[in-house]
Design a protein around this ligand. Sequence first.
Ligand SMILES: Cc1cc2nc3c(=O)[nH]c(=O)nc-3n(C[C@H](O)[C@H](O)[C@H](O)COP(=O)(O)OP(=O)(O)OC[C@H]3O[C@@H](n4cnc5c(N)ncnc54)[C@H](O)[C@@H]3O)c2cc1C
Length: 428
Amino acid sequence: MSKNVIIVGGGLAGLSAAVFLARAGRTVTIFERRRYLGGRAVTHLRHGYRFNLGPHAFYRNGLGWNVLRELGIPVRGGIPKPRGVAILGGEQYKLPTNPWSLLTTSIFGPKAKAKAAMLLLRIRRIDPKPYASMTVREWIDANASEERLRQVLEAMFRLATYSDRADLQSASAALAHLRLAIRGVVYVDEGWQKIVDSLHSAAVASGVNFVTSSRVVSVHHDGGSVRGVELGGLEVDVRNDTMSLAMPDMTDPDKGTLIPAETVLMAVDPSTARELAPDLDWPTSSAVTAACLDIALSKLPEPRNTFALGIDKPLYYSVHSKWAQLTPKGGALLHAMKYGEGTEGELETLVDEMQPGWRELIVHRRFLPAMTVSNALVEPEGRSSRMRAVTPVRGLYVAGDWVDEGGILSDAAFASARAAAKAILAAG
Ligand SMILES: Cc1cc2nc3c(=O)[nH]c(=O)nc-3n(C[C@H](O)[C@H](O)[C@H](O)COP(=O)(O)OP(=O)(O)OC[C@H]3O[C@@H](n4cnc5c(N)ncnc54)[C@H](O)[C@@H]3O)c2cc1C
């Protein structure tokens, strides 16, 4: 039994941990409460268009990139060019992202341009560690006094981290991710489902067992060690011989299904982790959220308008199909988003500005009002701490974008999955 590992949750974190563990010889079973794997990294196919859940960009050379390379899983797609529009006070300006756009934009006066150029250069090479106890706002206060420059910096931090909480977010985490974002991101061909499917195939090839439509309702532990997990309801959909042979003897009609295990990895969101093991000391964290409008068009009315960033409003707009294979020929898939909370009307107004006439060309659209982009905003050191992958209960581990093994967003999910897998293997 000690070689068996149960993973709760089949998102990116659960899947990548499963591959590490199964390749190292462990018998791994993933329980996923939904019918499908992938969690927030799923892509829905609608009329031939591939919809990620809101705008997803893979950070090149980030921790996730390294984990997938270690697992031999390629990430293919297009690297968007850093050019677009900055929207400020209802006016459009050239977005200052590189020396040329900085020189030619009219968003800054000459003094702010010189300062912006210096800051952009500095951020490219910055060591973020010394800023671990500062918020993003404090870092901006210390480095920029001109109002427009401050607003542009805040917009860039938002773009790189998805968070509009400059007053709360750790400057070192945000600077590290902004540095990564400046080096370039990938819009993934066929959507992030391609990464999910590749991880799934790698997991199947190494013998991982999958039990979908099956919710874990409790993790049992006593005397400081894990004893197993309890499945809820009758939704079990056993796809693997190992589990279907094992389960009938373990069914207690009053309590659900008990599955014994000495090692359990909870690759779920933090509130579910808390529900599953309520007696652990769980730190509190605030989530990073966004409102997203995902739109498929038969063609783009304004093909040149492919990217825009709100400067005085926390808005994002990008035509992902310009760079990645996501649509049938000639079609376009774009994402409009408001960081934090937002209404569908606000996002429609943004698309009206960028693609006038788009409503006549809609193939499919959907509004996602309150997406959890990340389960834990990274706050400055000393103000709040995140959970580590190894918990105080022997045999119990956690992974996800809220677990602190480096990085934010999916980088944190991948990094914590690898850390949990390594710790499990090291435990023998
Ligand atoms: C709008 C949006 C934009 C984003 N953009 C980016 C981006 O550009 N770059 C980036 O790096 N990241 C981005 N992300 C974040 C990225 O999608 C997530 O960090 C990543 O998918 C998290 O993976 P995970 O495995 O940690 O969690 P999840 O994907 O949430 O997976 C958890 C899984 O656990 C399952 N589960 C929960 N409870 C139970 C239970 N009791 N029993 C069994 N199963 C259970 C869930 O069904 C789910 O499948 C974005 C997210 C959103 C929403």
